[in-house]
Ligand binder design. Structure first.
Ligand SMILES: CC(C)(COP(=O)(O)OP(=O)(O)OC[C@H]1O[C@@H](n2cnc3c(N)ncnc32)[C@H](O)[C@@H]1OP(=O)(O)O)[C@@H](O)C(=O)NCCC(=O)NCCS
Length: 171
């Protein structure tokens, strides 16, 4: 299977925050933002894998600045690394008001998607990622550490088998 560049699957999604998307304070509800992050990440992962994908995990998401009704939200998704049947996707969220003023980076998260075989619904191999820029290289290298941590936290990896995280606790 041929490797693919990050640019081949990069995905951008823009939404305007409508009253139906908000909490009682008139700010975008966190769950709606997470839904959009999941959608843009899934589209990006599906393009890289050329397959149906499912969300396997979402890493830490924090909401630093409120996004108000009427604000425009832009979500950018890129593959950081492909493993065997899964890909890690980096999603960054930006907001500005309807006039394009008060631009800000709202938050970001790493999501993991698994490609599924269309016939039996089992995980299938994904194309490798070819990181080109310095930033793409950095994210690519960090991805194996993040993967280890999330597999540990989800109980899929035993602490004895963790290579990177073990070094955090060594003096
Ligand atoms: C994700 C899922 C397909 C994994 O299936 P599985 O039978 O456990 O498959 P495997 O053990 O072979 O793991 C497949 C890949 O998923 C990855 N994975 C599984 N659970 C993970 C988790 N919690 N976080 C990150 N990656 C995970 C594995 O590391 C593996 O990746 P790799 O092949 O690149 O090394 C399965 O758990 C599933 O269908 N989950 C529900 C997905 C879903 O419906 N999401 C929508 C929200 S409800």
């Amino acid at each position: 299977m041929e490797g693919k560049k990050v640019s081949e699957s990069q995905t951008v999604m823009t939404e305007m925050v409508m009253p139906n998307d908000t909490n009682p304070m008139g700010n975008l509800m966190g769950g709606n933002l997470m839904r959009w992050m999941d959608i843009v990440g899934g589209v990006c992962a599906g393009k890289h894998c050329a397959a149906h994908v499912v969300t396997a995990s979402v890493d830490h998401v924090s909401f630093q600045k409120p996004i108000k009704v009427g604000d425009v939200v832009t979500l950018e998704a890129s593959v950081t690394r492909a493993f065997n049947t899964s890909v890690e996707i980096y999603v960054e969220v930006f907001a500005h008001d309807t006039k394009g003023l008060n631009p800000r980076r709202s938050n970001h998260a790493y999501l993991t998607f698994v490609a599924l075989d269309e016939i039996n619904g089992k995980p299938q191999a994904v194309p490798a990622l070819i990181p080109l820029t310095e930033m793409e290289q950095q994210r690519f290298e960090g991805a194996s550490r993040r993967r280890e941590l999330r597999l540990l936290l989800s109980g899929r990896l035993s602490p004895q088998d963790a290579v990177h995280v073990k070094s955090f606790f060594q003096v």
